[in-house]
Design a protein around this ligand. Sequence first.
Ligand code: ZN
Length: 346
Amino acid sequence: MKSIDLTHEKVITMGDLAAAAQADTSELLVSESAVMTPSALEFTEQRRISVRRGAKAAAATSSPSGAIHDLFTSPEAEAVKEEICAVGRKLWQRQYVDGNGGNISYRIGPNEVICTPTLMSKADLRPQDLCMVDLTGKQLAGGRPRTSEILMHLEIYKEVPEAKSVVHCHPAHATAYAITGRVPPTCVIPEYEVFIGKVALSPYETPGTPEFARTVIPFVRHHNTVLLGNHGIVCWGDTVTHAEWYAEVVDTYCWTLMLAAQLGAPVSHITSDKAADLLAIKKKLGLPDPRHELKECELCDLPEIPGAIAIEPRPCGTPASLSSDEIEAIVQAVTDRVMAALQAKK
Ligand SMILES: [Zn+2]
């Protein structure tokens, strides 16, 4: 393999590639922050020349440069790149990503992750547009700079060894929940219970920053889907395709709940014993859910009845009916509140 070292260049143009054009170059070594002009990028793609970023440091280590190149161009990596491009098109077709929004990644090695580049529509991805980074976010391969939101993906891979792929997108219905600080209730639709179940909501942070990346850490071990406060969603799975399925399941669920709310009638809930059946299926499939360890009577959220006065959930095992003293206390509390409200209006 013939390499050309361009790590001293900040901007790489066709002029810099003149030597590569004359020789059988198969690899370019460029600095981490180097920018390639569109014609230079196209040239490397046409000639199938791999672009290795941050190469100087790597070349100085015992890790042979060829190993990274071999991994990035291996049959497994090429199949993953095709799958990422197909999933990118699905996300765009389902209107889960706008502009250059959203990002997709796959952990191909213990320290290597293939990911989408920054500033590209997920509808237009081609296998040669993808990048490879290490678990610190340093770009190892690929002509385009990696997505800035890869840092969140990497936190998930470090926290959950079972996570092989991460998909982040902005589907409108699930994001509507995320911007109102709400999570959808459980025990309404079986498919949602099995594939997603209890969803988490992480606090807002500026996208692309290490602080943003860390917001998901407390949730991802027990949840394969997290609503990102004022932002969108992130899902992890054992394959790229499965991680995208979870985005579809959670968004359709949120959409269905919104439509049901417009009917003005309360939503019926699956009973706790039937929910336990669904969780047993989920456990067999190896899918995470914080409810795996709970008692049957704790599995479902209380049904929300429009206009009802919220009462604190009763501890498991206590009788469902209220004593006359308890009823008296509730009536007194409601009366006091109504009187206070009337007094305030005067
Ligand atoms: Zn985003």
